[in-house]
Ligand binder design. Structure first.
Ligand SMILES: [Zn+2]
Length: 491
């Protein structure tokens, strides 16, 4: 058969190899209600998989929106289901808009466009000038749109020598809950300052950074309705001037450079395409710029879906050097977030140690970063579920802020002669093995904040051109244990 392969067949096989097997031509959008639990798991007919949206677009609260051929419709009826045909169309994107956005075929206004988010933040900046600073951290790969981080603190205009906590959303553009949660968090923190004692305390003692949308171009492809499933950035890989079509774009949560080659896919057509090289994408460079400037203590990156928190990591079966601490923090955060069915709270699981944001943040910089997979069964949730998912997630964000109170070690490294801050390695050899990079103090203050369990720890502080210092410290059970290190220059 191989020898008789026609040209068309060969092209088809090449296409199928690049994009996966060709889905059947589905012209129907069905709604199927009351899907029993056993049909949603294992060998069931309705197993939602966010990586495969050729058939099941979403499955929220036991109701699925399903693309089908007339034959598949009949099969479901024979199996005892009562599917409703919502729409018949030869245009796949119209079916997907109906399945994800509802009868209007447009994104519900409960969601914000990026422009609306930026405008809302401008209003908040005028209302709270002391608490709130917009910082451009980069621009997008394809359309060069600004990517903003927002700094919240009692003195936001100046960098503060305080622990930093980061919340970001929208690495994957279809996962719209992340940007909405981060935007609401912004509103609540600003409104709570001076009125809610705990919020006031956070803004007085921390620097909180919010990046509502990392993948701004991709977010626009989703919110405009061009493709409600779009997850990658808008990079025009083949340079034909057309963007946002399947097969193009880079998955920016696979473009960070910690074990980059081990994550995602090297095939441009694949969902997990990691890009040409680490940090090839401007969105990732923007996040790197921010993270190198403010060495964050803790962070959350919001995604959808699954109602689970992924934390760093399980690498060849081995836990991260800080596993007990990170797992404890992830457990505390997850325990505060109610699932959509109201019956339980989010689960936790260690993620792999490759190319995603949390692996880079933790492996390279020592940030205890985690992915929160918000909601269950969709990327774009029905409008009536959006406020509930946001409200359910805010207590998790607040718990992360509580975790920034310690216990832990804070080191300040300065030049003994000049008193100037130093970027120095701060190494805990009893904990940090060869799987993670050496952590360093920041350039601005010579400061390094690190969550740490109470008890005795060895710390080695090293900086090129200075004598290395080794200290034994006893970390207190609560709060921050301070260590001031003045490094003596070598001869
Ligand atoms: Zn995601």
């Amino acid at each position: 058969m191989r020898a008789a392969l026609s040209l068309v067949g060969a092209i088809f096989i090449a296409w199928a190899a690049a994009f996966g097997a060709a889905p059947p031509h589905r012209t129907l959008l069905l709604e199927v209600r009351d899907i029993p639990a056993h049909e949603q798991a294992g060998q069931g007919r309705f197993v939602y998989d966010g990586y495969d949206l050729d058939r099941i677009l979403n499955l929220v609260r036991n109701t699925a929106h399903v693309l089908a051929t007339p034959v598949e419709l009949e099969e479901l009826r024979h199996a005892g289901f009562k599917p409703t045909v919502l729409l018949e169309s030869d245009d796949l994107m119209t079916l997907i808009r109906r399945g994800n956005f509802g009868p209007s075929l447009k994104l519900d206004p409960v969601y914000h466009t990026y422009e609306q988010m930026v405008q809302r933040a401008e209003v908040l900046a005028r209302e709270h000038p002391q608490l709130f600073l917009r910082m451009q951290i980069g621009e997008t790969t394809q359309f060069h749109r600004p990517i903003y981080a927002y700094r919240l603190s009692s003195h936001a205009a100046q960098a503060q020598d305080r622990p930093g906590v980061l919340f970001d959303g929208g690495h994957h553009s279809a996962e719209l809950m992340g940007p909405e949660i981060v935007l609401t968090l912004m509103e609540r923190l600003l409104a709570g300052y001076g009125t809610v004692p705990e919020v006031t305390g956070w803004l007085d003692t921390l620097e909180i950074y919010l990046v509502p949308v990392v993948n701004v171009d991709g977010h626009g492809i989703v919110t405009s309705g061009a493709d409600p499933r779009w997850q990658k950035n808008a990079r025009d890989l083949n340079g034909d001037g057309v963007t946002g079509l399947y097969g193009e774009g880079v998955n920016i949560n696979r473009n960070y450079d910690f074990n980059w080659t081990m994550g995602g896919s090297g095939e441009p057509g694949q969902h997990g395409y990691r890009g040409e090289y680490p940090f090839s994408e401007a969105e990732n460079r923007a996040m790197r710029t921010l993270a190198l400037r403010k060495r964050f203590l803790l962070s959350i990156s919001y995604h959808s879906s699954g109602e689970v928190i992924f934390y760093p990591w399980r690498w060849n079966g081995k836990p991260a050097p800080d596993d007990a601490l990170i797992k404890g923090i992830a457990t505390a955060v997850a325990g505060k977030i109610r699932t959509m069915d109201g019956k339980s709270t989010y689960a936790i699981a260690p993620g792999g140690a490759a190319s995603q944001s949390y692996a880079w943040f933790y492996g390279r910089l020592g940030v205890f970063d985690m992915i929160v997979e918000t909601g269950n069964g969709s990327y774009v949730f029905p409008p009536e579920d959006v406020p509930g998912i946001i409200e359910a997630n805010l207590p998790g964000a607040y718990e992360l802020l509580r975790q920034a109170a310690g216990p832990g070690l804070v080191v300040r490294v300065t030049d003994a002669a000049s008193g100037k801050p130093l970027v120095a390695e701060v190494w805990l050899p009893d904990i940090e093995d060869e799987t993670v990079d050496r952590r360093t103090s920041d350039a601005e203050f010579g400061r390094y904040w690190r969550r740490l369990g109470p008890g005795k720890h060895t710390v080695i502080i090293a900086c090129e051109g200075y004598h290395t210092v080794r200290r034994e410290v006893e970390v207190d059970a609560t709060g921050w244990t301070r260590l001031e290190i003045c490094l003596e220059p070598e001869e």
